[in-house]
Design a protein around this ligand. Structure first.
Ligand SMILES: Cc1cc2nc3c(=O)[nH]c(=O)nc-3n(C[C@H](O)[C@H](O)[C@H](O)COP(=O)(O)OP(=O)(O)OC[C@H]3O[C@@H](n4cnc5c(N)ncnc54)[C@H](O)[C@@H]3O)c2cc1C
Length: 507
């Protein structure tokens, strides 16, 4: 029996395969298409994804194809900035720039290449999921390949089969509709020069317009302008009431919409397609041994470029927990913390994207002017956020609730030799200690003396800010908890949370 069947090899399924294999679990990946999807949907990801690519061992292949950037700029009806979620010139506590643009087919190819030589992963293309059954012996997945029916039994299944998720439907899981649905036209182009913007006020610098993701909240036609990697540029245009999806995809319509942004600059339209931007979350993410992840579990309006990022976080969350159960003897109950940890996280970000979507999609000029005044007042009151601030701490599950910093994404300083923290410490469980004499640590937990790190004091400052002497970090880089003084109790509580304490008691 294989450890995991992954249904769907989009970005989320492909990252899952890499992470599971590196943790020593076997995986069969079923993908109905024979070729990689050739066109991009996602164009933006944040620093946390780069860290996960480090964990998956694929960062060296992926990083050269990424274009780093620093946030989002929202422009109002009067062509002045109304919201700037920028990190230009700010410290980079997580080791990477806050935001990156990329070309999705390239990213997916790198992710598949990452596990291509790994014996633990068996990718079966042209293999279409058709059904499943489960009992105490595991989950039997049926699929069709080369005109024949096949079946494979796994301990667990991760459904990464996209928004229409046949697995979700087979399980009868409903979607919770967060009340947002708007039609948008998405245009990708290769552009040999800078994009022309109308005269704008309040922009940090003119160069930033070519670097940031710019949301034109213009009630005449809300639109997003995104600088992709290399010469790839992305526009997203809201369809206005009465506009027909098919008619708006016609080449002359598309040329009319993007032409003003590329005056005298040679360009080639790569594709134009309409999408419905939704806010949807599955009501149940786990049914027995089957787990929904990525778009199968949730869909996010792409206003902060977080839809795929959620999915990558999902499988990072599942991968270490499955490895702990399968290889370390952790309790199977550990997997029941998947939805409680991930669902509020995803809903918080979808909520922010839906809220932004509502004001971005405002077509009434008077209401748009009021919105502009309101957002400017909020910005003036110091309520400015970066996209990083949208992602909340994990509030429940495998976190020591009540200890300072619990559930936060942990920092990743750059060390004096140029390496990032995880490259030096590994990325399993890590216990960072202020004093080398402190006790605490287990065979599976790396003990790191914070004072010996050549991180310019970043770790000690992190501990100081939380009044702590030790921090225990999970394999997915979220903080389990902190301790004042001795760290043995922190480790004991981790063991209790993972269900390892019962093994100790039995020994
Ligand atoms: C216009 C647009 C812009 C976006 N921008 C961003 C962005 O900037 N940043 C961001 O983070 N996200 C963005 N997103 C969201 C992002 O594209 C998705 O969240 C992401 O692609 C989902 O990945 P996935 O692996 O979950 O699903 P998918 O990429 O849909 O992959 C699902 C896979 O499952 C396979 N499959 C389906 N059915 C079966 C079956 N029966 N058997 C076997 N295999 C099957 C499919 O062939 C496919 O390969 C955007 C989305 C859109 C539409």
């Amino acid at each position: 029996m294989v450890d995991v069947v992954i249904v769907g090899c989009g970005p989320v399924g492909a990252l899952a395969a890499n992470l599971l294999a590196r943790a020593g679990l076997s995986a069969i990946v079923l993908e109905k298409e024979r070729e990689l999807h050739p066109l991009p949907r996602a164009v933006h990801l944040d620093h946390e994804m780069m860290r996960l690519f480090q964990s998956a061992g694929v960062i060296d292949a992926i990083a050269p194809d990424m274009r780093d950037t620093d946030g989002h700029l929202h422009v109002g009806a009067d062509m002045g900035v109304i919201r700037y979620m920028g990190t230009v010139g700010s410290p980079r506590p997580y080791g990477w720039a806050n935001d990156f643009f990329f070309y999705q087919p390239e990213l997916e190819a790198h992710l598949r290449q990452g596990f291509a030589a790994m014996a633990e992963v068996d990718l079966r293309v042209g293999a279409e999921f058709t059904g499943l059954e489960q009992d105490a012996g595991g989950v039997t997945v049926r699929y069709m390949q080369d005109g024949a029916d096949h079946a494979v039994t796994a301990r667990w299944v991760i459904a990464c089969d996209g928004s229409r998720s046949p697995v979700r439907k087979a399980l009868g899981v409903e979607l919770d509709d967060l009340g947002f649905e708007e039609p948008w036209l998405v245009v990708d182009a290769e552009v040999e020069g800078p994009v022309s913007f109308p005269p704008l006020t309040g922009v940090p610098t003119a160069a930033d317009l070519q670097r940031l993701s710019v949301m034109m909240c213009d009630p005449r036609r809300p639109a997003t302008v995104v600088p992709g990697r290399g010469n790839h540029r992305r526009w997203e245009f809201m369809l206005l009431p009465g506009e027909d999806d098919t008619a708006m995809m016609a080449p002359d319509k598309v040329a009319g919409l993007v032409g003003a942004w590329m005056k005298d600059v040679p360009h080639r339209i790569v594709r134009a397609a309409t999408y419905r931007f939704h806010g949807l979350v599955a009501e149940q993410w786990q049914v027995g041994g089957v787990f929904l992840a990525g778009d199968a579990a949730h869909q996010t309006p792409p206003f902060f470029g977080q839809g795929m990022c959620h999915g990558l976080r999902d499988v990072a969350n599942l991968a270490w927990k499955m490895a702990a159960v399968a290889r370390q003897g952790a309790s199977g109950e550990l997997l029941a913390t998947y939805q409680p940890e991930r669902d509020p996280h995803v809903r918080a970000v979808i909520g922010a994207a839906v809220d932004a979507g509502r004001y971005i999609c405002q077509l009434d000029p008077a209401k748009a002017a009021a919105r502009d005044a309101d957002l400017r007042a909020k910005a003036a009151s110091g309520a400015a956020q970066t996209a990083t601030d949208l992602v909340p701490a994990i509030g429940t599950g495998i976190v020591l609730a009540g200890s300072a910093g619990a559930g936060e994404r942990f920092i990743q300083p750059v060390l004096a030799d140029g390496r990032l923290l995880d490259d030096a410490t590994g990325d399993g469980w890590r216990l960072f200690l202020r004093h080398p004499a402190q006790t605490g640590g287990e065979t599976d937990i790396s003990r790191i003396d914070a004072a010996t790190l050549t991180d310019g004091g970043a770790l000690l400052r992190w501990l100081d800010a939380r009044g702590a002497d030790a921090v225990l970090v999970r394999p997915d880089h979220y903080v389990f908890g902190t301790a004042v003084g001795d760290a043995a109790g922190l480790v004991a509580m981790r063991n209790e949370a993972l269900g390892l304490a019962r093994l100790e008691a039995a020994a």
